[in-house]
Design a binder for this molecule. Structure first.
Ligand code: KG4
Ligand code: ZN
Length: 331
């Protein structure tokens, strides 16, 4: 009989379920994406996200169990994202997890989505060497965290306003690109040159981040500049500004907190520009760059299951109740 955790993740627009063993091996992971639903709105429509979860959650649980050929006896516990996220979306996951826990007589653990992201780099193989510096850049969050080990996590700086991914998506919309804007902005930027001096928000302030000023600056430029540069150059200038901020903050964080690994997770880790800059910085700082496969960097339930294993081993239990005001330190 195997010993597995069933992870459930529905904090935003992906219905994700996975089965993971104690070592972080992923026996199955199924993700039902909602991009088709939200595309026409140019962003996530929260009510539609929750409705879609209600129809996909049980078939996704079913498909995950079938894929791994797992029996109920194989499951030791259920772990579900309790926050942060959209309330309607979180409720579908936590209610489903609670109902399954009751029906199957399994304990249910509420998991901080951000802890899941921070642990995602160790899925399938132990990649991270501790202490580690983690840069999380996703559509929902952006922060730098120092991990002395997998349980000793300290947030060093987070964004005061928009996340990096959200900023990419909004700039993508300004440039008339489809949602999600990140990959499209990157592609456009590759053919351009950084010719516009967009701001580098909070570059010299500690390790906090801020991107709303940069987003507004691009908007101001697009709406009031009489001689607009090419869209390729606008995209390249924007990306240049984001990269300078992220790399300056990461360098500062690594200098203050010597680390063995520099880990980047979250959807924006797919950016070739970010990957290149991060490699250069890692070489300079003599730290090992750890870029886990993208399937574990973007939202998934395997990371929630792995975080559940941490709780089981540490003897921590948090209820599966949505918590919107979840403190970023409440791991
Ligand atoms: O981690 P993720 O899949 O979902 C959240 O947890 O939010 O991140 C999605 C974000 C989107 O904002 C998307 O535009 C961005 O990641 N993204 C990228 C790239 N691919 C996805 N941003 C920049 N460059 C990319 N190649
Ligand atoms: Zn996420």
């Amino acid at each position: 009989m195997s010993d597995l955790v069933l992870g459930i993740e529905t904090s935003c627009d992906d219905t994700a379920v996975a089965l993971v063993d104690e070592k972080g091996m992923v026996l199955s992971s199924v993700i039902s994406s909602q991009i088709d639903i939200h595309e026409e709105f140019g962003g996530i429509f929260p009510e539609y996200a929750a409705r879609a979860h209600t129809t996909t959650i049980l078939p996704t649980v079913d498909a995950t169990l079938k894929k791994a050929n797992a029996k109920l006896d194989d499951i030791r516990a259920i772990g579900v994202t309790r926050g942060p996220g959209l309330i309607g979306s979180l409720l579908v996951g936590t209610n489903t997890a609670s109902a399954l826990g009751m029906a199957w007589n399994k304990p249910v653990y509420g998991i901080n989505h951000l802890r899941g992201h921070l642990r995602s780099a160790d899925l399938e193989e132990q990649r991270v060497k501790y202490p580690a510096m983690v840069l999380l850049v996703s559509g929902g969050h952006s922060f730098l965290a120092y991990m002395k080990d997998k349980s000793d996590i300290k947030i060093l700086g987070t964004t005061r306003d928009d996340s990096v991914g959200e900023t990419y998506d909004k700039v993508g919309r300004m440039l008339g690109l489809p949602y999600p804007g990140g990959p499209a902005v990157d592609k456009l930027a590759k053919n351009g040159k950084s010719t516009i001096d967009f701001p580098r928000p909070m570059l010299h302030e500690k390790l906090e981040l801020s991107f709303s000023g940069l987003k507004s600056a691009v908007n101001r430029y697009m709406t009031s500049e009489p001689n607009l540069d090419s869209y390729e150059n606008i995209a390249a200038s924007f990306v240049d500004s984001v990269m300078e901020v992220l790399m300056t903050k990461s360098r500062k964080a690594l200098k203050q907190n010597p680390s063995k690994s520099f880990v980047i997770v979250g959807g924006v880790a797919a950016s070739p520009q970010l990957r290149e800059k991060a490699q250069q910085l890692s070489n300079r700082m003599k730290v090992e760059l750890c870029l886990p496969p993208m399937r574990w960097s973007t939202d998934n339930a395997a990371m929630i299951a792995l975080a559940t294993w941490d709780y089981i081993k540490l003897g921590i239990h948090k209820p599966a109740i949505p918590q919107l005001q979840l403190s970023i330190q409440d791991f």
